[in-house]
Design a protein around this ligand. Structure first.
Ligand code: GTP
Ligand code: MG
Length: 272
């Protein structure tokens, strides 16, 4: 049989003390419950945020892979052209992954909420490849060679060379979809490719820098001058192409043996 405790105070004695204690304990408990409740919410929130970061990082990794793929395709075309024609149509290739801040800003300007899915569906230039060519005709040679590859889908093509922008901007833009193979999946990733000559790039780079300087008071006068420069540059591009063609036409054709030796020389060069 259970022994009755003997030291229990009298009910009248107990009452004030017990209520005081109970009050304290109850408020403690309430605080603890609130903390637990908040902690649960906070934990769920941070789990969601970490999840988004993981998805975003993974998506960005995939865009980086897609850029590498396009870059390799371009390098192969350049190397092959060099062997066949003894010159490089591509002088340089730059790749850039759009920064998160620019992505957030672009979605915000379009009134689209930030999510990995929305980035994938709405931002076509997360992966950007810029190809700088020697001559204007090289741009189209390279673009056609890329476009004709069976694994590449051309989603958008904008020819700002045949139809320059009113400000004088010239470039050939392609939005491509390229497959990227991972261990357990294949993903089709979008890559924006801008192809332009050295001269067009010179103009576009300065134009871009100037646009970042805000509050230009004589904006219109500057725009007129920039347009004039763009036209001069385009004219120079055309003249350089004509000069190259003239040189090619007026150069004595090499013998078959000389051509083969030249080809071996080019194939001997490191391919990278
Ligand atoms: P976003 O401006 O990127 O949203 O693309 P869009 O849909 O207007 O396409 P567009 O093909 O016109 O421009 C794509 C990219 O080309 C831009 O992000 C710039 O990098 C470049 N670009 C277009 N217009 C100009 C220009 O006037 N000057 C310079 N410097 N770059 C330009
Ligand atoms: Mg852009």
């Amino acid at each position: 049989m259970k022994k009755k405790p003997t030291n229990i105070p009298h009910e009248e004695q107990l009452e004030p003390l017990a209520f005081e204690l109970m009050d304290e304990q109850l408020s403690d408990l309430a605080n603890q419950l609130m903390l637990i409740d908040n902690a649960d919410i906070l934990y769920e929130q941070s789990k969601r945020i970490v999840g988004v970061v993981v998805d975003l990082k993974e998506q960005m990794m995939m865009y980086t892979c897609a850029m590498k793929q396009v870059r390799t395709k371009l390098q192969i075309l350049n190397a092959e052209y060099n062997v066949r024609h003894q010159r490089n149509p591509i002088t340089s290739i730059q790749t850039r992954l759009k920064r998160i801040a620019s992505i957030v800003d672009k979605l915000d300007r379009a009134g689209i909420p930030f999510s990995v899915e929305n980035i994938d569906q709405n931002i076509h230039d997360v992966a950007g490849v810029r190809v700088i060519c020697s001559y204007v005709d090289d741009i189209f040679t390279i673009a056609e060679a890329l476009k004709s590859q069976k694994d590449i889908d051309v989603l958008v093509e904008k020819d700002y060379i045949s139809n320059p922008k009113p400000n004088g901007y010239r470039s050939l833009h392609l939005i491509l979809s390229v497959p990227v193979y991972f261990t357990n999946q294949m993903r089709k990733m979008r890559v924006e490719v801008q192809i332009r000559t050295i001269a067009m790039d010179f103009w576009a780079t300065l134009d871009h820098q100037l646009k970042y300087r805000q509050k230009v008071t004589n904006g219109e006068a500057i725009a007129v001058q920039l347009k004039e420069c763009a036209d001069v540059i385009s004219n120079t591009d055309m003249r350089m192409l004509l000069i190259r063609n003239q040189i090619e036409e007026n150069t004595e054709a090499p013998t078959e043996m000389a051509m083969m030796i030249e080809k071996i020389r080019n194939l001997d060069k490191p391919f990278d």
